[in-house]
Write a protein that binds this ligand. Structure first.
Ligand code: SAM
Length: 223
């Protein structure tokens, strides 16, 4: 049993975080709120940082990567408008926290998550196992290439900064599917894209985000 699990204040810390996200306008949807409440963030961060798990901040994990800031995870999850039974591709598994939230939203649907660091693949799998989540498949690989064999996906979420959204991911999105990603080199705009039979349409764009970079074939530095 982890330290914070024994802390009676865990629920009140979660309540506090939820209130912060609601008051700042980053959490508005009751389904997303309930998925976040079911997903104890302290189970997805290193033991030494569990005390910080309910701060609205990114938290460092292995390989110089982070678990994203809760309000940003909430914003991206709300924009994705996830429905029961959907198939979702996540690029950047990290700790598995975002995958876990999505897993509750799809119910009997499925999450495919790709991570480029094997240590983080193991970390995410272990964290998801602890919560008994069995509809997330975490794979080692370059997420910029997607998972053509499992496509098309109803939703795609990229959790690392890309200068451009990799074309292969548009190809793997179903018609009427939604894709959310932070786009930009040093700071990013969060963009929400819809694929229609006529092409892709930008639905939302909000500046002022900072993510770790998407590396691999679509590494910003290679442009
Ligand atoms: N979603 C994660 C969570 O809930 O903990 C946080 C993701 S973290 C901000 C971004 C992740 O993207 C890192 O774990 C990083 O290793 C991963 N990443 C970066 N480039 C990648 C690529 N080309 N393919 C797969 N994962 C990648």
């Amino acid at each position: 049993m982890t330290e914070i699990k024994t802390d009676k204040n865990y629920q009140s810390r979660m309540d506090n975080l939820i209130n912060i996200m609601k008051n700042s306008g980053f959490l508005n949807n009751s389904r997303v709120e309930s998925a976040i409440r079911k997903t104890p963030r302290h189970e997805f961060v290193p033991m030494s940082l569990q005390e910080k798990a309910y701060d609205d901040m990114p938290i460092p994990i292995m390989n110089n990567q982070t678990v994203s800031q809760p309000s940003v995870v909430s914003r991206m999850t709300e924009w994705l408008d996830v429905m029961e039974g959907q198939k979702i591709l996540e690029i950047g598994s990290g700790s598995g926290w975002q995958s876990a939230i999505l897993s509750y939203l799809v119910g009997r649907g499925k999450i495919y998550s790709i991570e480029r660091h094997s240590e983080l693949v193991d970390f995410a799998k272990k964290n998801l196992d602890k919560l008994g989540i069995n509809n997330v498949k975490v794979t080692l690989g370059d997420g910029g290439l997607g998972l053509p064999k499992e496509s098309p996906f109803d939703r795609i979420i990229i959790t690392a900064a890309c200068r451009e959204i990799p074309q292969s991911l548009f190809e793997q999105l179903s018609i009427n599917g939604l894709l959310v990603a932070p786009v930009g080199e040093f700071t990013q705009s969060l963009v929400l894209i819809k694929k229609t039979s006529q092409g892709v349409v930008e639905i939302k764009n909000e500046s002022g985000y900072v993510f770790v970079p998407l590396l691999g074939k679509f590494d910003c530095e290679k442009y």
